[in-house]
Design a protein around this ligand. Structure first.
Ligand SMILES: [Zn+2]
Length: 249
């Protein structure tokens, strides 16, 4: 819990000086996903091709929505996550690592086929703050190409590994027509504290519009899949529905 708080504080510090929809993981109107802000200064020409900084969710959206997101796949654990999502008819957003698609093509296609959103988590999970604009661009475009080659729609969003981004990353991302998407609740599943600890943390931290960060790759994720069952069962009983991020079609 403490690390998440520290992380959020750090993020808010990074974003100081620009408008950021945040606050306990909840967006202003209760439905807007938390997105990284655009730089304050943009040329008119650039902004014409850019998507809005903060997605204003459909006005008709009502009730309680949770946006589950899974990073670092596709991996051998992704099918287990997909099975659980399917059993609850839940939709989610997967930020995939491009270089992993080649050995998991069927799994990648299955993610999309089952109604989830496939988005960009760079080619090799690089810390983008350490890369040049050209290298950042390559991380994104190679991944976009690999996704398209599976017959999946080109991602509209990217999530920087480690949540590490700066103005250069945002600029490149925008040039490619992509939004930078963070999260508002870290499930901490990557620490593998046990399935029940993961589930408890997500259930307690969720409110309407929460973007939950979980992982279907990057290590043994069997705890994540087990926790997910409990999360879906509990939150569904509380009236929540589970949707892919509407800002990342
Ligand atoms: Zn990651």
């Amino acid at each position: 819990m403490a690390s998440s708080t520290r992380w959020l504080s750090a993020t808010l510090a990074i974003c100081a000086g620009v408008t950021l929809v945040a606050g306990a993981g909840q967006a202003a109107n209760g439905n807007e996903p938390l997105l990284a802000p655009q730089p304050a200064a943009q040329t008119v020409q650039a902004s014409a091709v850019l998507k809005p900084a903060i997605y204003r969710g459909p006005k008709a959206t009502s009730g309680k929505v949770v946006y589950l997101t899974f990073d670092d796949g596709p991996s051998r654990y992704t099918p287990a996550v997909l099975n659980v999502l399917k059993s609850y008819n839940a939709k989610a957003t997967f930020f995939v690592i491009g270089s992993q698609i080649r050995t998991r093509e069927a799994t990648t296609r299955r993610i999309a086929r089952e109604g989830h959103s496939v988005q960009n988590h760079t080619w090799r999970h690089r810390n983008l703050k350490r890369l040049s604009a050209t290298e950042i661009s390559s991380q994104f475009t190679r991944t976009n190409r690999a996704i398209r080659q599976q017959g999946i729609r080109q991602p509209a969003c990217e999530r920087p590994p480690y949540g590490a981004f700066n103005n250069r990353v945002r600029r490149v991302s925008q040039t490619l027509g992509m939004r930078t998407v963070m999260w508002s609740l870290d499930a901490n599943d990557w620490r593998r504290p046990g399935a029940s600890a993961i589930a408890r943390r997500v259930v307690r931290g969720t409110s309407n519009g929460t973007i939950v960060l979980m992982h279907d790759g990057g290590g043994n994720r069997s705890q994540t899949a087990t926790a997910l069952k409990s999360v879906l069962r509990t939150l569904k009983a509380r009236g929540y529905r589970f949707e892919a991020l509407p800002s990342c079609p």
